[in-house]
Design a protein around this ligand. Sequence first.
Ligand SMILES: [Mn+2]
Length: 444
Amino acid sequence: MHNQHREKLFSLFDDNQNGVVFIQGAETMYRYATDYEFPFRQESNFWYLTGVNEAECSLVLDLKKEEYHLFVPERDAQYAVWHGYVKTKEQYQEEYQPDHLHYRNDILKVLNELKPETVYCIDDEQAEFVEDLNRGFNVETEALVDALTYCRALKTDWELDQLREACRVNDLAYLEVMKSIKPGMYEYEMKAIFNKVQIENGLMQDAYNGIFASGVNASILHYVVNNSRIKEGDLFLMDSGFECNGYASDYTRTFPANGKYNDVQKGIYNSVLAGMDKVLDSIKPGVKMEDLHLLAARTMMEGLKDMGIVKGNVDDMMEENIFALFFPHGLGHFLGLDTHDVGGYPKGVDRIDRPGIKFLRARRELLPGMVITIEPGIYFVPAVLNPAMADPEKNQFLNTEKVESLLGFGGVRIEDDIIVTENGLENMTNVPKKVDEIEALMKG
Ligand SMILES: [Mn+2]
């Protein structure tokens, strides 16, 4: 599968140009000045092209011959004392099947032999490394990033299978937490249950810092402290996922700690769900993420208007960006080797300078093979709503009494992982999201 990724990349470069791609893999990272090693995670582009999950490796792709050179570290016996064994060149060759295998201190020698007209690098730091080897090399840092972004945005069947497996396990972990939660438990206990299901299914690497937020904590978009006690009557917002072979899952569910939504919780929850459903019904090739964002925003404003939390004409609310007071983040993002994966913004497309939607991490027409998250939400953030209530332009749309009563509410977000297909979509997330289904599941 990784050789398919290399072929895909080769196909984007001119056949007869005498250039090479150079990428350094990830190094072992230590905690400040100690020998504590952080868990190793390969750099995503390096992993994509090689499938080598080891530190201190490099690659050169010869674009003319379409050949793959892998560089591995030369370890001494001392390494074996601490880490168990030192691989021979034959073992590396057998495991990763490069066209040419070298030790890492031969990078300069190999590059000098290849005499590339251009060395394509992924960033300035790696370009400087190449220039430091030999000032004669001509380095370039844009074309490779564009090419890799293009490749990674359109997933292969093998990649889709990894994402499906990450989602299958994520489903199990979500169900387990939803069945286990009780008021009085701590947020970190939910994290422990979640992680246990992931790890016992063989997934070892979390895709991001999970959010396990009860009550008002759910209004903090990147709440990761996860140390509060869950109270009776709280909603619980959980946004967490693990990787399968490097490919991430990323869901959110918001459910009542005691198993039953009260009327206000249900009203706000169903407003978010209505936004979600409208978007999922609309996804197909050719649809733009920014249009989906505004569709979700409008639908949620209609829900809040039905509840009497906002008032006035919904068109005017959209015009005046009132939706962003409650929905201050983007509708979704590309998903893959990174949780916020590459490919969201094609070259030349800038962010929209408008509240809320400026945080949208993807702005382009969707194509089959793209994988995205859809994650509408409604939050009551005092730091956003208090100034809005003091601003007559905005306050005319707000029912101040109701908004004030909800300043400790927290928030609701619902997030699914979606493959865009020829005909519409495949939803990889299979965790209940209707109120009655969630309540039935939690009742057991
Ligand atoms: Mn997400």
